[in-house]
Design a protein around this ligand. Structure first.
Ligand code: ADP
Ligand code: ADP
Length: 228
């Protein structure tokens, strides 16, 4: 069964001067799968991922996420869906450097003004453990290494136990050893929690270890290679 279905999705940016970035994309993503998206810079990868993540809307076509159509949804419903179903990891992790790693993991709750209860706290401790940071969780994020910061961002993306994680160049800023550690962590999470992953990457080694590689070229799916 599919957690994501895109039917004839197109995206045009601009009013006066129009640029079409995606052309009639048809795409199904299987639940619990680990998918890589590759392609040249400017080919439309981030736009595609942002549409899947409901951060952006298609100009045409239908988007179905976890059984619901999102392309016509209102802002509040989208925010709720993102909150409950989707975790995001970016190349630049957007941690708050003057807060501890632990506090950063709980940040989605602080931002919403929710009171942190015992359960949330316990979950945050569990996640710091999962990403291998339990010893340094009270360090300020700004004082951590790049790999530790990205692992903190990964823990934060898991706070609501999302079914789907979207990652845009999650290791783009890391050296090759750290890249391996972070990638293996994502793979562990995929196996352990049956979380579906879509990861944009320029890193061949990462792409080669995914279940499926989707190659985007000039706003179209140019190649689609599945190992499962
Ligand atoms: P990739 O992630 O493959 O590098 P993007 O999806 O970021 O590609 O961008 C695809 C094209 O769409 C690029 O030419 C980019 O300049 C353009 N683009 C992306 N976002 C916008 C935007 N908000 N407004 C106008 N053009 C955009
Ligand atoms: P790219 O490497 O694809 O050219 P960037 O590195 O600038 O793009 O950003 C990566 C992605 O993160 C983009 O698709 C952008 O939409 C998204 N992004 C940037 N800033 C934020 C933010 N503050 N919150 C959520 N998403 C963001």
């Amino acid at each position: 069964n599919n957690i994501i279905t895109l039917s004839k999705v197109s995206k045009v940016y601009g009013n006066q001067i129009k640029t079409q970035v995606l052309f009639d994309i048809d795409l199904n993503i299987k639940s619990n799968s680990f998918n890589g998206i590759i392609g040249a810079s400017g080919s439309g990868k981030s736009t595609l991922l942002n549409i899947i993540g409901t951060l952006d809307q298609p100009t045409q076509g239908a988007v179905m996420i976890d059984g619901v159509r999102t392309d016509q949804m209102k802002k509040n419903a989208l925010a709720k869906l993102r909150n409950e179903t989707i975790g995001f990891i970016f190349q630049f992790h957007y941690l708050l450097p003057e807060f501890t790693a632990f506090e950063n993991v709980l940040m989605p709750y602080y931002i919403k003004g929710q009171k942190i209860d015992k359960k949330m706290n316990a979950r945050a401790h569990e996640l710091m453990d999962l990403v291998g940071l339990s010893k340094v969780k009270n360090n300020l994020a700004g004082n951590m290494s790049g790999g530790q910061q990205q692992r903190t961002a990964i823990a934060r993306s898991l706070i609501n136990n999302p079914k789907l994680i979207l990652a845009d160049e999650p290791t783009g800023n890391l050296d090759s050893d750290t890249t391996e550690v972070v990638y293996d962590l994502l793979r562990d999470i995929n196996k352990q929690f049956e979380t579906t992953f879509i990861v944009i990457t320029h890193d061949r080694r990462i792409a080669e270890k995914t279940d499926r590689i989707i190659e985007i070229k000039d706003g179209k799916i140019f190649n689609d290679f599945s190992r499962i």
